[in-house]
Design a protein around this ligand. Structure first.
Ligand SMILES: [Zn+2]
Length: 62
């Protein structure tokens, strides 16, 4: 789910907004209605990558 977290620069209120495109305009603050909101890092951000396991070692037959 592309849910972005925003932080109001006026009252400091945190709120999530469901957006379809990351290029979408920043929404207004649902509390004070200020437009100076900044997009914060969502908790959906992937942390860590899957390490490649099961490395097969083949001996060259001479
Ligand atoms: Zn606000």
């Amino acid at each position: 789910m592309p849910i972005y977290e925003y932080e109001c620069g006026n009252c400091g209120r945190h709120f999530e907004k469901f957006v379809l495109s990351p290029q979408a305009a920043a929404p207004k603050c649902p509390v004070c209605g200020a437009e100076n909101v900044k997009k914060s890092v969502s908790s959906f951000a992937t942390s860590g990558r899957g390490s490649v396991g099961g490395a097969s070692s083949c001996m060259p037959s001479g």
